[in-house]
Design a protein around this ligand. Structure first.
Ligand code: KG4
Ligand code: ZN
Length: 370
């Protein structure tokens, strides 16, 4: 079964064709990072306008690169929420229209849950079915994953840490469509903390990758930063850590709490920036991995995966592999950040369960809960 997945919840316009929930026939992502970088973050109106411009070329590009036509597509899966309303609307209107015009079943996907499905995806050079055009493409110049053999898939029950710019969730899946939320952030998402700390230090947007690069040159023990104590819960909190970073940097430049954060980049040395990037990254990774380990001990799942943009962080991967007593496999970097393939993968399970959505009634929900 071939599903076209469409994703526009934030600043990536993405479409992909995935076969049977796992095999990526194409994965096209048009990133708006360059547009938003000049503002230091995502500007919702600009994001929506940009989605309108590239949505159809991206969707057609996904079909072309998969070597398929509309006749080969068995269903359309689309992110219905959570995300930015204007951005979500472009994807859902596109998917609803295609479903009506092409007479295809439509599947409404929860973006946060779908991130986990990135761990089931693989790209293969095998030409049968998908055509020899099977490949993964990133419009922003990212290096696509190389084709390889079929990897083992994660087993259920499955524990998933889904961490990105908009959310930090711990999910427990009994099966692909039976899941529950074990914990979530009480304030900032992990990726959001990366983005804000990067901005304080004058590192470019998006903050996750730029903090990661600066951290490689820094001493991760240079600064002792606090870890929120949330008792026995499996929740997260990153806003206290973000404030602690701000206060530490203010005192490093000889100021106090009144020193504007906008003045910090010009007054911090490169060593201070690298050391803080490394110390902050260590603290976030230890916190995330520590909570994941506690959830593992409590729930004893068969597999553990990490997902979402922050799952692309190599320091997090190291820490998770170190703390978890299971053999971890990680998804290709391009499936961690927002993409259409993870949406198509979850759409496949909705299709198998017959959970279609009426294209005339699909609801777009910016704060869709898990
Ligand atoms: O999943 P995603 O593409 O979009 C959302 O659903 O939010 O995640 C984007 C977030 C951003 O906050 C970005 O800074 C973070 O993921 N991110 C990273 C890395 N790559 C992206 N955070 C840490 N390390 C990375 N390598
Ligand atoms: Zn996301």
């Amino acid at each position: 079964m071939k599903i076209l997945g469409i994703e526009t919840s934030c600043d990536e316009t993405a479409a992909a064709v995935v076969e049977d929930g796992r095999r990526v026939l194409s994965n096209v992502v048009a990133s708006q990072i360059d547009i938003h970088a000049q503002y230091g973050g995502v500007v919702p109106e600009v994001a929506a306008r940009s989605h309108i411009e590239v949505m159809l070329p991206v969707a057609h590009g996904a079909l072309d690169r998969a070597g398929v036509t509309w006749d080969d597509i068995d269903g359309i899966a689309v992110t219905a929420g959570p995300g930015l309303l204007g951005s979500l609307l472009i994807g859902t209107l596109t998917a609803r229209t295609i479903a009506l015009v092409r007479n295809k079943p439509l599947y409404a996907v929860n973006h946060v849950v779908a991130h986990t499905f990135a761990n089931f995806l693989y790209l293969t050079g095998d030409a049968t079915g998908g055509g020899s055009a099977a490949r993964s493409v990133s419009e922003d110049g990212g290096v696509p994953e190389a084709a390889g053999p079929v990897p083992d898939e994660p087993q259920f029950p499955l524990l998933s840490l889904s961490v990105s710019g908009g959310h930090s969730h711990l999910l427990y899946f009994e099966s692909p469509l039976e899941y529950k939320l074990l914990g979530a952030t009480r304030d900032d998402a992990a990726g959001e903390a990366f983005d804000k700390v990067a901005k304080m230090m004058g590192l470019p947007y998006p903050g996750g990758p730029s903090v990661g690069i600066a951290a490689e040159l820094g001493d991760e023990q240079a600064y002792k930063l606090p870890i929120a104590n949330l008792g026995d819960t499996l929740d997260f909190s990153f806003s206290g850590l973000k404030t602690a970073v701000l206060r530490t940097l203010q005192s490093e430049v000889g100021g106090d709490f009144r020193t504007p954060s906008s003045e910090l980049p010009g007054r911090l040395s490169e060593t201070q920036i690298n050391n803080m990037a490394a110390s902050f990254q260590r603290t976030v990774c230890e916190t995330l991995a520590g909570t994941l380990k506690r959830a593992y001990d409590q729930y004893q799942p068969k597999s553990v995966v990490i997902a979402g943009g922050v799952a692309a962080n190599t320091r997090l991967r190291e820490e998770v592999s170190r703390q978890l007593p299971v053999e971890m496999t990680y998804s290709a970097m391009e499936y961690c950040t927002d993409n259409g393939a993870m949406i198509a993968s979850m759409g496949y399970h909705l299709a198998k369960a017959g959970r279609t959505t009426d294209p005339l009634k699909l609801k777009t929900d910016p704060s869709l809960a898990v």
